[in-house]
Design a protein around this ligand. Structure first.
Ligand SMILES: Cc1ncc(COP(=O)(O)O)c(C=O)c1O
Length: 388
């Protein structure tokens, strides 16, 4: 007789557990560890946002909302997206989801037919591959390189396109590399996308955390809105990870199909989170700007510090991650991260968990205080010197 485990879905059984978790579990068992591991803001959600949520509860807002989400929140999101030269009809082309995470899942499940290939520029956010596999797709990594500042180039993309290619997932500013794409970069990618009739899932959750130039959305380029699902949310820019509010924007033809999955599995995002998100979008700009300035200050500090230690580090121009090259130490990413944790008591994430081409790098999140970053840099320095 087969065991319970053998009777479970092979698709799920064959998924590896998140490589980031293993390090967190190890770090949690130790004392006095400085974490540069987590990908979430160290700020508490701005007070005015928390207060708006309290107030909405006092007024009795505790029910379901429409499947698409509160109309006033969708209107606020549509108005906000105009800052990026994007026009979406709030009633037909937007859905409020449980974080950007749900938006990625329903986008993939809507676009994929079994066996379609999903192109994933790597190093990449850890959820894309598993979510693509769960949707029935075959993930195909597209290597990006430190020499190109981890930008996706049309040449690298072309090399991995096959007749089965269906979807390209873009994530700029990028987790884990901090790379951004200029409008010209995106134009050359859009040309390849149109030529090969691909769809794009554009994860722009770090759009606000762009420190040089202004964020450009690929959906704003000619011929791209009709084939793009834009994914974003409140987690990163507004320090609202726990509220679980994200959204997807897409042409009605695509969005109406995505909403079917959302309505049968989720029904709607929680009203408390939606009320809070509305306040953040309408009145949270000053707090957001302040947080972005602080990240930028920390970014300069960590990159300078890592370079002084002797670790090559490309300039991350967005998100809140530095991605130093640790190959000069002679260690693999895993060995470096594990050694640094055990002997240096600093948690970073080995680059190979973000795809094979992340080998030789580690991800250091600077969404933590200046003081912690300074102490972490001293410890990394000591660890690197001890290897010589
Ligand atoms: C690139 C990227 N996309 C999406 C998410 C998920 O965000 P959310 O909290 O909105 O689900 C994350 C979280 O780390 C992320 O880094």
């Amino acid at each position: 007789m087969s065991t319970i485990h053998e009777r479970l879905s092979p698709v799920v059984r064959n998924l590896p557990p998140s490589g980031i978790r293993r390090f967190f579990d190890l770090a949690n068992q130790m004392e006095d560890v400085i974490s540069l591991g987590v990908g979430e803001p160290d700020f508490v959600t701005p007070w005015r946002v928390r207060e708006a949520c309290y107030y909405s509860l006092e007024q009795g807002y505790t029910s379901y909302t429409s499947n698409h989400g509160l109309p006033e929140l969708r209107e606020a999101i549509a108005a906000y997206l105009e800052n990026f030269h994007l026009q979406y009809d709030p009633m037909k082309e937007l859905v409020i989801t449980i974080g950007g995470s749900e938006a990625i899942d329903i986008a993939l499940r809507t676009l994929i037919c079994p066996g379609d290939e999903v192109l994933i520029p790597e190093p990449a956010y850890v959820s894309y591959r598993p979510c693509a596999i769960l949707a029935g797709a075959v993930p195909v990594g597209v290597e990006t390189r430190a020499d190109d500042d981890f930008r996706l180039t049309a040449e690298l993309l072309r090399e991995r396109i096959t007749p089965r290619s269906k979807v390209l997932i873009l994530c700029f500013p990028n987790n884990p590399t901090g790379a951004i794409m200029s409008e010209d970069d995106l134009r050359s990618i859009a040309q390849v996308v149109i030529e090969h009739d691909l769809f794009v899932i554009s994860d722009e959750i770090y759009a606000e955390l762009t420190y040089e130039g202004k964020h450009v959305s690929i959906a704003s380029l000619p011929g791209m809105k009709e084939r793009t699902i834009l994914v974003s949310g409140m987690s990163k820019a507004f320090a609202m990870t726990g509220w679980r509010i994200g959204y997807a924007a897409a042409p009605e033809e695509i969005l109406s199909e995505m909403v079917k999955i959302h309505q049968y599995t989720i029904l709607c995002a929680p009203i408390m989170g939606q009320k809070a998100a509305l306040e953040a979008l309408k009145h949270g700009q000053v707090e957001k700007k302040h947080m972005v300035e602080r990240y930028n200050q920390r970014r300069r500090l960590i990159v300078k510090g890592l370079r002084e230690i002797g670790l090559a580090c490309h300039e991350p121009k967005g998100a809140f991650y530095a991605f130093p090259d640790i190959r000069s130490t002679g260690l693999t990413s895993e060995q470096f991260a594990e050694g640094l944790l055990r002997y240096g008591k600093v948690a970073v994430v080995p680059g190979n968990v973000f795809g094979e081409c992340g080998e030789g790098f580690v991800r250091c999140s600077y969404a933590t205080s200046v003081d912690q970053i300074q102490r972490a840099l001293e410890r990394i320095d000591r660890f690197v010197q001890s290897l010589k």
